[in-house]
Design a protein around this ligand. Structure first.
Ligand code: PEP
Ligand code: MN
Length: 363
């Protein structure tokens, strides 16, 4: 073979390589587009039947010189690479830092949660009466607290325990908050109640026991209210992030994540506060992260150091349960602060510089 012919064939080969490269990437783009359409419908992206169909069309078209087995093997590699592409895509969730470098700020009335000073969310475990809510709310408002909590639908371990006042509880909470110029948050447990709750609430809470109630997550994603999503009792950080993605994928990006302790063998605290979850969640996601210092510990005696720890690791807020008469509270009596104890905690946090403003409204 002449030297010229050799060079010519080599340069043709280089050209074919470039063509293959272009065609492969065109194929990858198509796969991505199909994957996006599929994920929009909630279908599984990996489709072995479709892979077989594609091979069944390719093999009869093979005119050689490659034998069929080689073609099968090569295309399997191409399919595999496309799946790898989808895996990479899956990692860049909507709630991921990779998608958005700046912190999401969830605006709740006058309160901005995320990207600034930590906010305090407080109120009783359960809404019990208008009088109780009034007593707690007026005290909290005097302390500069803007976000009032109170459970109306209580997911209790025993069916014989107080289950909450339901819609009536939402009404009491909402009216009390409005009267004091506050905003309010409460847990909703049924997907069909999410829309109704929007009438009363400024933030809808999804509780630990419902973190993987996917129908509830989808319902929360369909409304345009901020969602406070609590970590499940035995949920991993990844599972919490995927639960948040369920909400975001439906178009609601106003999500606040909450670390509220996980179940371990330790009995000294009600749950084990996974303090490292806070910086990890903030690193992995752009969403604000709050720490529930009541349910995570279930103890009042260590609430100050725990509050400080949460703020020190970057929490955007704290949830503290406060009751006017904790001893007779209908739920979580042991862990709720009374009104003077709440004020003491706030003073201690302010004096030590962990909390800045006397009044929390920051917009
Ligand atoms: C609550 O905040 O009222 C509550 C029940 O918390 P959790 O879902 O974290 O147990
Ligand atoms: Mn409680």
């Amino acid at each position: 073979m002449s030297k010229e012919r050799f060079e010519e064939l080599r340069s043709q080969l280089d050209e074919v390589n470039l063509e293959i490269l272009e065609v492969l990437n065109r194929r990858a783009e198509l796969v991505s587009e199909i994957g996006l359409l599929k994920s929009g419908k909630g279908t599984e992206r990996f489709d072995p039947i479709r892979e077989k169909e594609m091979l069944d069309k390719l093999i009869p078209a093979n005119k050689g010189p490659f034998p069929d087995d080689t073609i099968r093997h090569l295309f399997k590699q191409i399919f595999q690479a496309s799946l790898g592409l989808l895996e990479e895509e899956k990692k860049s969730l909507l709630i991921s830092r990779k998608n958005q470098s700046q912190d999401t700020i969830v605006q709740v009335g006058p309160l901005a949660i995320g990207g600034g000073d930590p906010v305090i969310i407080s109120g009783p475990c359960s809404v019990e009466s208008a009088g109780q809510m009034e007593a707690v709310a007026s005290h909290l408002k005097n302390e500069g607290i803007m976000l009032l909590r109170g459970g109306a639908y209580k997911p209790r371990t025993s069916p014989y325990d107080f289950q909450g006042l339901g819609k009536e509880g939402l009404k009491i909470l909402s009216e009390t908050a409005k009267r004091h110029g506050m905003v309010c948050v409460s847990e909703i447990v049924a997907p069909e109640d999410v829309e109704m709750a929007c009438e009363y609430l400024d933030v809808i809470q999804i509780g630990a026991r419902n973190m993987q109630n996917f129908e509830l997550l989808k319902a929360a994603g369909s409304v345009r209210k901020p969602i406070l999503l609590k970590r499940g009792l035995s949920a991993t950080i990844e599972e919490l992030l995927y639960a948040a993605e369920y909400i975001a994928s439906r178009g609601n990006d106003q999500i606040i994540l909450c670390e509220r302790g996980i179940r371990t063998y330790e009995k000294a605290t009600r749950n084990t506060l996974d303090i490292s979850a806070v910086p990890i969640l903030k690193q992995e996601s752009h969403l604000p992260v709050v720490v529930d210092i009541a349910h995570s510990t279930g103890r009042k005696d260590i609430i100050l150091p725990i509050a400080k720890a949460a703020i020190a690791v970057g929490a955007d807020g704290l949830i503290v349960e406060t009751h006017n008469e904790p001893a007779v509270a209908l739920s979580d009596a042991k862990q709720q602060l009374d009104l003077p104890q709440f004020s003491t905690l706030m003073n201690q946090l302010r004096q030590s510089g962990f909390l800045k403003d006397a009044v929390q409204a920051n917009s």
